[in-house]
Design a protein around this ligand. Structure first.
Ligand SMILES: [Fe+2]
Ligand SMILES: [Fe+2]
Length: 240
C-alpha cells in the first residue's frame, strides 16, 4: 500500500490510500489537509495506517505544526489514530460538534477536545472553515461536515462513498457510483430528514466535494447533492 498526494483545491491536499481487497473494485481511504497558518487535518485514518499517512502529510508540512484535527464522525477510519496525531503534534487540538465531544471524544481523546457550535467558523488564518452538524447523515449521531468558505470546498466525509481507485478529482457522474456502493454497504441512515439535510448542504454552493472514499468532485456539486438527496428519499420510500 502507498498513500498518494494531490492538491484538489488551493491549499487543500488529498491523501489517498487504496486497499484492493475491500469490494471487487477496491476501496480508498482519504484524508484532507488544509494548509494554513493553523493547519487542519480532516480524517486521521485508522491506527494501522498512521505511519503511511503521517509520512505523506510530512512531505507537505511538518506534522508537529498541525493545529486542528477534525473528522466527520467517530469511527476507526475517521479518527482511529487521533491520539497518535495528538502525540506527534503538541499544539494540535481535536475539534468536533458538541454531541461528539460529549458522547465520545471527552473520553477517547488524550487531550481535551474543542466543542464547536453548529455553524461556528474556525479562522485558520488563510482559510475559514464552518462546522455544520448533520446528525445521522450519512450515519452517526455526532455526524458533521466542514465547509471551507475560502475555496468553497465541502469536506463531506462518507457522503458520496464509492469504490475503486478513480482519479483524485473528477467532474463525471458520482451519484451512480454512490448508489452502487450503497447497494453493497447499506451504510447510510435513511430517515425522513436525510434528504432535507443534504439539500441544505447544496445551499452552501460548494465548488469542490472532498470525499472520504472515492474521487473528489469538481463538477456541479449543488446538483450532485440534490440528486443524492433524491436518491435517499427514494430509498426511504421503497423501504417504507
Ligand atoms: Fe463512516
Ligand atoms: Fe469513512
Amino acid at each position: 500500500m502507498d498513500t498518494k498526494t494531490h492538491e484538489i483545491a488551493d491549499g487543500i491536499f488529498r491523501f489517498s490510500t487504496f486497499v484492493p481487497d475491500i469490494t471487487p473494485a477496491g476501496f480508498t481511504f482519504n484524508q484532507f489537509l488544509i494548509r494554513a497558518a493553523e493547519p487542519l487535518l480532516f480524517h486521521t485514518g485508522p491506527r494501522a495506517m498512521f505511519p503511511l499517512i503521517s509520512e505523506a502529510v510530512s512531505k507537505v508540512m511538518p506534522i508537529s505544526e498541525l493545529r486542528w484535527l477534525t473528522f466527520g464522525h467517530v469511527e476507526a477510519d475517521e479518527c482511529g489514530s487521533m491520539n497518535q496525531w495528538l502525540a506527534a503534534a503538541p499544539k494540535c487540538k481535536i475539534a468536533h460538534g458538541g454531541i461528539g465531544v460529549m458522547v465520545s471524544l471527552n473520553d477517547m481523546a488524550d487531550r481535551p477536545p474543542r466543542a464547536l457550535n453548529n455553524g461556528e467558523v474556525l479562522d485558520l488564518g488563510d482559510h475559514k472553515v464552518r462546522h455544520i452538524d448533520t446528525p445521522h447523515v450519512p450515519h452517526g449521531w455526532e455526524a458533521r461536515v466542514l465547509f471551507d468558505e475560502t475555496t468553497q470546498t465541502l469536506l463531506c466525509g462518507d457522503l458520496f462513498t464509492h469504490t475503486g481507485d478513480g482519479p483524485p478529482l473528477t467532474s463525471g457522474d458520482i451519484v451512480g457510483p454512490t448508489k452502487s456502493a450503497e447497494e453493497i454497504f447499506h451504510s447510510s441512515c435513511l430517515t425522513p430528514v436525510t434528504g432535507q439535510t443534504i439539500r441544505g448542504l447544496a445551499e452552501l454552493d460548494p465548488k469542490v466535494l472532498a470525499i472520504m472514499h472515492g474521487s473528489s468532485f469538481n463538477g456541479d456539486a449543488p446538483q450532485a447533492l440534490r440528486e443524492l438527496a433524491d436518491l435517499y428519499d427514494e430509498l426511504l420510500r421503497q423501504a417504507s
